[in-house]
Design a protein around this ligand. Structure first.
Ligand code: FES
Length: 78
């Protein structure tokens, strides 16, 4: 099984805008972590894409070990 690359040790805060579409990088290869830049192409990974339900700041996982993707759940501390 292909594993994602650990892209960071702490979450990244992103200010989401209501109604805007976002794609979270699940492979860890993106140069725009925590968001997808298309580098997953040719791998087993696909980004998690969603539309922000409201304007708010959310903390996105960069270590790729979260159990609640795309958001940080504190697993990076272990
Ligand atoms: S950055 Fe991955 S769980 Fe926090």
């Amino acid at each position: 099984m292909e594993l994602p690359k650990r892209a960071g040790d702490t979450p990244i805060a992103i200010q989401l805008e209501e109604g805007k579409r976002y794609s979270w990088c699940s492979c860890g290869l993106s140069e725009k972590i925590a968001l997808c830049d298309g580098k997953h192409k040719g791998s087993a990974f696909t980004p998690i894409t969603f539309v922000a339900e409201k304007t708010e700041t959310k903390y996105f996982c960069t270590c790729k070990a979260t159990k609640n993707p795309p958001y940080c759940d504190g697993t990076h501390k272990k």
